[in-house]
Design a protein around this ligand. Structure first.
Ligand code: SF4
Length: 338
């Protein structure tokens, strides 16, 4: 018998009973012994959500307690953007990084959108400014600008259309031109350039998580696990993608595991992704080969509860920027996922 950790005074029989159904969703990644430490906060967030008439949107990189126990909608950036428009609640809590909360606000201007930690940024979003886009337009007059959704509203406002890793090739080709700027993620742009006839102009932005992976790491991984199926995010370098079995967005990777049920899989991306897939794919063994995103990790159950309790931190966007940025996001949504 485990030394009981149920002596957490906040873990009352009533909380145990109320949270038992949600524990079922995470029991493969959170032990019974540890659950008493998670349950009171989960219970509090579920209560506050009802009280505030709020919905929680969670990116695939959120930890399993957030992703499986309290969120209403989960997915990649594109899925969150698409589903954000269907939300009927008064309040949207965006569990992800700041540009995602801005996108939710752009698509739901009349709703209150809050992010539990406004300092949850993104190295890609910080790599480019509106002034950079204007400079690129001067360098390449007449060439349309596609910006990755991992950018600020100010940058989106200077763009023709946004894209995500799930639909970047489709968006680029939808423009019907020979040359396109795809900014700011250099690796995503080079990976798209490898599979399209459209000439792609790049910018030196990088995801600080995905740029750390190397092709040698994938080769070593295969040597250690000869039967492993390797999936990677297209924010990784092209040399990495050449060594893997499938490259796609976080939702693309989730669909691949669900549809193919590989006995052994390694996800070359943020660590929480594997943790979230373990509970829905019990027959697959996940080899940890990941890196943590320090920005995504800023979102915790505690600060979600605090945000709902105090209705902070509300996302606001200057009206003139918002209307132009919204147009770029809506242009992407018209193209869809493909
Ligand atoms: S994983 Fe990379 S792209 Fe995603 S939020 Fe973190 S730094 Fe940005």
């Amino acid at each position: 018998m485990l030394q009981t950790l149920n002596d957490n005074p906040d873990y009352t029989p009533a909380i145990a009973a109320r949270t038992a159904p949600v524990y079922e969703r995470v029991k493969s990644v959170i032990s019974e012994a540890a659950w008493p430490y998670f349950a009171p906060d989960v219970d509090e967030v579920l209560r506050l959500k009802r009280e505030r008439n709020a919905v929680i949107l969670a990116h695939n990189y959120m930890t399993p307690d957030i992703y499986h126990c309290v969120s209403d909608i989960g997915g990649d950036s594109l899925a969150l953007a698409q589903r954000a428009m269907d939300v009927e609640a008064d309040v949207i809590v965006l569990c992800g990084v700041h540009f995602m909360a801005e996108t939710a606000k752009l698509l739901n201007p009349e709703k209150t959108v809050i992010i539990p930690d406004p300092a949850a940024g993104c190295s890609l979003a910080e790599s480019i400014s509106g002034a950079d886009i204007r400079k690129m337009r001067r360098l390449y007059p007449g060439v349309p600008v596609v910006t990755y959704v991992n950018t600020s509203a100010e940058v989106k406002a200077e763009s023709d259309v946004c894209c995500t890793s799930a639909n970047a090739k489709l968006v680029v080709e939808s423009l019907g031109v020979d040359r396109v700027m795809l900014l700011p993620d250099e690796y995503l742009a080079r990976n798209v350039a490898a599979v399209t006839d459209v000439e792609i102009i790049t910018f030196p932005g990088r995801c600080e998580v995905h740029e750390t992976f190397t092709a040698d790491q994938v080769v070593a991984l295969r040597r250690a696990h000869p039967d492993v199926t390797v999936l990677a995010h297209p924010e990784c370098a092209p040399e990495v993608l050449q060594e893997v079995d499938y490259a796609g967005s976080t939702s693309g990777m989730a669909d691949y595991v669900r549809d193919h049920q590989p006995p052994e899989v390694a996800l070359i991306t943020e660590c929480s992704m594997s943790d979230n897939l373990i509970s829905t794919n019990p027959r697959t063994r996940f080899i940890r080969s990941c890196s943590l995103c320090p920005h995504m990790q800023r979102i915790t159950m505690e600060n979600i509860a605090e945000a709902l309790r105090e209705m902070k931190f509300e996302v606001t966007i200057n009206a003139s920027i918002a209307s132009k940025a919204r147009r770029a996001v809506e242009n992407m949504l018209k193209v869809g996922r493909g």
